[in-house]
Write a protein that binds this ligand. Structure first.
Ligand code: UN1
Length: 517
């Protein structure tokens, strides 16, 4: 194992003033080789700079992969329970730093403080779960067809893995990837979203403090086109795990296909809350508001569609619109606020363009629809929570991922039509059904085409002990979280031990007819 002492320097003496933060490579905080930086700004006030970060290039990625490759053999041979102890320690450190990290997250990413605490909590939960995996990492044994022969399959780490993470869950999602990768014995090159490098850096600090050896986790900030591509292209990087847009995921997956590299994608969604005629309407309203406007609609799992049985349509709309109009929009650090800003000006514009598209398509704007231009909020990226009604299932606002506080309400005539509309998009992440009819609930669980199904709960709020991911254009067959997370980061090795002392020929010796002559 490398003897370089991991440095905690980035954690020391942090003030509220913007600082310059470096990459973390081979146990040292280092500047980008080109010396350039980029700012991370607050979406609640774009004039507020949260910090300056290394604007890295392929040469920094090369150094990070060098360090990760060098650290791999020793990390692989560190017993998994010892690797897991470091992850458990990280859970405890995250607990002590939870409030500080959550407040930084509000400044850098914008989500309201309660949700930011939830984001950090999700990483704590994942750390505890994956620490337990250190004493499992189950393989299996099975009988051999021969006497005196032992057959087993074990899991092995892949080597260096590349983690490319988004800004919407800037601590939780990196933890979903990093903890299973590390407990399984891989070393990591981690590239966070350019909108949230400070949150990511704080997670790296936690891992250093927890005792991760130098080179096991390397952190490189900068643009996807320079840093992300270089990680994907490096032949020593054995697998990529990416969460982001379908557009970005498809490009990375295409490149990994050419390189025969393992790739797991967690991409877009167009999730729906389905409201049947017998639903508990008060429960529905609370769920639909939370699903559509929690995290300002910036979850892959956000309820960007609500599909409502026509017999309850008017009642639903009246209550949903009234409750949404009462939502308090503002800086997430003030606990009275329920909806924060969206991530940046570019995204703000793109969300508002979808409002224009919805209007042109003939959907009925029930509330919201505007960018907040005036006052204190005008300095940030605030978009009013927006509801479209009378949306047709094939309109663009009902088909494309908007990733903001905009939802489309679609009336349907029957349970069958509800399932058809719910399933009728290119995505398949999270679908929910509100009904009190047990038969319909089970039918929905069976028929809804998504990786996650909720009954009588909204589309958001997955817990870390179950598989997280989607079908169709949402993903490529992998699942994060739960026991399935380990699959992404391990390779199976089948091992046969013949203790008979003679050559035994499989498929031949044990079939008398084969050796008849
Ligand atoms: C995401 O939207 O990218 O299920 C992740 C949820 C959260 C995670 C969402 N636990 O809503």
């Amino acid at each position: 194992m490398s003897t370089t002492t991991p440095s905690l320097e980035a954690a020391k003496g942090r003030s509220e003033l913007p600082q310059v933060y470096n990459n973390y490579i081979g146990g040292r905080w280092v500047k980008a080789k080109n010396g350039e930086t980029f700012p991370s700004t607050s979406p609640a006030n774009v004039n507020e700079v949260v910090g300056h970060f290394a604007s890295s290039g392929p040469e920094d990625v090369k150094a990070a992969v060098d360090a990760a490759a060098k650290a791999f053999p020793a990390w692989k041979h560190t017993p998994a329970p010892a690797r897991a102890d470091i992850i458990l320690k990280a859970a405890y450190i995250l607990e002590t730093r939870k409030e500080e990290i959550a407040r930084t997250m509000v400044r850098e990413m914008g989500k309201v403080i309660k949700e930011a605490r939830g984001d950090v909590q999700e990483a704590i939960d994942m750390a505890k779960y994956m620490a337990g995996e250190g004493r499992r990492l189950f393989g299996h044994t099975c009988p051999s067809e021969m006497p005196d022969k032992f057959a087993m399959a074990i899991r092995q780490p892949l080597g260096v893995v590349g983690l490319i993470t988004p800004w919407n869950f800037p601590v939780a999602i990196p933890s979903w990837k990093m903890f299973p990768a590390l407990v399984a014995g891989n070393t990591v090159v981690f590239k966070p979203a350019t909108d949230t490098p400070l949150c990511a850096l704080m997670l790296v600090e936690v891992m250093i403090e927890a005792g991760l050896p130098a080179g096991v986790l390397n952190f490189v900030t900068g643009a996807g086109s320079k840093v992300g591509n270089a990680i994907v292209d490096d032949p020593r990087v054995r697998a990529i795990s990416v969460t982001g847009s379908t557009e970005v995921g498809r490009k990375i997956a295409g490149r990994c296909g050419e390189l025969m590299k393992r790739i797991s994608c967690e991409l877009g969604g167009k999730n729906a809350v389905c409201v049947m005629d017998d639903a508990d309407m008060d429960l529905v309203i609370e769920g639909a508001v939370w699903g559509a406007f929690g995290t300002a609609g910036q979850r892959c799992t956000a309820a960007s569609r609500v599909i409502v049985h026509k017999s309850r349509y008017k009642e639903f709309l009246d209550k949903f619109v009234a409750r949404t109009k009462a939502l308090k929009l503002g800086n997430g650090l003030d606990p009275v606020n329920e909806v924060g800003p969206v991530i940046n000006k570019e995204q703000l514009k793109s969300i508002n363009e979808y409002v224009e598209i919805g209007l042109k398509e003939g959907a009925k704007l029930m509330c919201g629809g505007k960018i907040v231009e005036d006052g204190e909020l005008g300095k940030g990226c605030f978009h009013e929570p927006t509801i479209f009604a009378d949306v047709k299932a094939d309109m663009r606002i009902a088909q494309e991922e908007i990733f903001g506080p905009v939802t489309a309400v679609i009336p349907v005539e029957s349970f069958e039509e509800m399932l058809e509309v719910a399933n009728g998009t290119q995505f398949g992440l999270s679908l929910s059904m509100y009904t009190r009819d047990i038969n319909r609930a089970f039918k929905a669980m069976d028929e809804l085409e998504s990786g996650i199904v909720y009954i009588n709960a909204p589309t958001i709020g997955a817990e870390i002990q179950l598989p997280f991911g989607g079908i169709k254009q949402t993903g490529n067959g992998h699942r994060e979280a739960g026991i399935t997370a380990i699959e992404q980061f391990t390779e199976w090795k089948a091992i046969y031990v013949d203790y008979s002392g003679k050559l035994q020929k499989a498929q031949i010796d044990n079939h008398p007819a084969n050796s008849a002559e």
